[in-house]
Design a binder for this molecule. Structure first.
Ligand SMILES: O=C(O)CCC(=O)C(=O)O
Ligand SMILES: [Fe+2]
Length: 379
């Protein structure tokens, strides 16, 4: 399906005049492409920056998903990272299991095909989870979610693996933080005040992903054909590098699924649930999923999403923002899979506990009386 599928959407807000009125029903590109080079962080009030911000506002209020082009991260860096990721997944399973997620109470490491659960189904993908590097904390004396911080498990079999992946993560983080600053401006927040919400220890998580083709004869996907089931991202925003295979789908306001097909040298950005809570659901974290596509040549899909989030300890405020009329949202995500708590870390931990049951049971337990999760004292 074309990336420029067009359909009717009702627009009710015009940011540039800050005046509420109804437009006629009009047609827009479903997932817009924004030119990131137009936004000048050192001159956020320039004509060019304002143009970007108007487009950003529209994208945030209508779809919650958008592509950015001219983001400044070189094609070489993107390609090197994707090649490095492919080399890792080509390793024999026993090599990959040396850095298995199950070893890590911080949910960092390798999950084999179908090991992860989303929406009560096993996902048809394998992955390596990474994040900002921290030393492991002592078991006692910390909030349970603080244990999400910890060391990564880097595979050592692929030359320059850590270097290549880190370089991409750092470059994407820089782009993501600038987008967050632009979002703050759209919401008429003071940028520095807004960024202080995140704290020094703002979260950066990254997944290296492989989705086998639907007709892959060796790693045959389960019959439901979902690489990852319908979900919202927990954090503030996600930035995605995908190869040219496709399979990512976005759920529109009316419940229809549309393809977010690859566009070379772009990143896809989507809003996470923290943003939804922060804006009292004026801007909504858009539901998405990945399907395993069939391929004439059995070509698997590789992607690298990066997730930016507040520090785990952050209590997410709820603020009034210049409003669009509230979106009428149909979402396939079930209530118990959504944001549950005003403290960000609680949500991130619940997300990992849901997705990785074996690791969860190994390192954590639920106290029925306290109705709380804890780290197991001895493993
Ligand atoms: O691989 C993709 O395209 C998206 C992955 C995703 O949505 C996720 O891991 O949260
Ligand atoms: Fe996602």
């Amino acid at each position: 399906m074309s990336k420029f599928i067009r359909y009717e959407i009702e627009k009710t807000f015009c940011l540039s005049t800050l005046f509420l009125f109804r437009f006629e029903i009009m047609t827009v590109d479903v997932i817009p492409v924004l030119d990131f080079s137009k936004y000048q962080l050192d001159d956020p009030d320039s004509v060019s920056s304002k143009e970007f911000l108007d487009n950003l506002y529209q994208a945030m209020s209508e779809v919650g998903f958008f592509y950015i082009k001219n983001h400044g991260v070189s094609i070489e860096l993107q390609q090197t990272a994707l090649d490095t990721v492919k080399s890792f997944f080509k390793l024999p399973i026993e090599e990959k299991l040396k850095v298995e997620l199950k070893n890590s109470p911080h949910f960092r490491g390798y999950s084999r095909l179908n090991a992860e659960t989303t929406d009560y189904k096993q996902d048809n993908r394998e992955q390596l989870d990474l994040g900002r590097e921290y030393p492991a904390l002592p078991i006692e004396g910390y909030k349970v979610y603080a244990h999400l911080r910890g060391p990564n498990q880097w595979p050592h079999q692929i030359p320059d693996f850590q270097k290549n992946v880190m370089e991409l993560m750092e470059a994407m983080t820089k782009v993501g933080l600038t987008i967050i600053k632009a979002m703050a401006q759209v919401l008429q927040f003071d940028q520095d005040e807004f960024m202080s919400l995140f704290g020094e220890d703002y979260g950066v998580r990254c997944k290296l992903l492989r989705y086998p083709a639907l007709n892959n004869p060796v790693d045959k996907p389960l019959a439901h054909g979902l690489g990852v089931g319908p979900h919202k991202d927990t954090g503030f925003l996600a930035l995605l590098l995908q190869d040219d295979v496709g399979g990512l789908q976005v759920q529109m306001q009316d419940g229809r699924w549309v393809d977010a097909d690859p566009i070379p040298n772009t990143f896809i950005v989507n809003i996470g649930e923290i943003f939804e809570r922060l804006t009292k659901q004026t801007f909504v974290a858009t539901t998405h999923r990945v399907i395993n596509r069939p391929s004439a040549n059995f070509i698997d899909r590789y992607s690298i999403p990066l997730f930016l989030a507040p520090a785990l300890e952050t209590t997410i405020p709820q603020v009034d923002v210049p409003t669009a009329s509230r979106r009428n949202i149909i979402s396939d995500v079930k209530q118990d899979q959504l944001l549950q708590d005003e403290i960000y870390g609680v949500n991130e931990l619940l997300g990992y506990l849901r997705s990785h049951k074996t690791t969860a049971d190994k390192w954590y337990y639920f106290d029925e009386q306290e109705k709380q999760w804890h780290r197991r004292p001895i493993v």
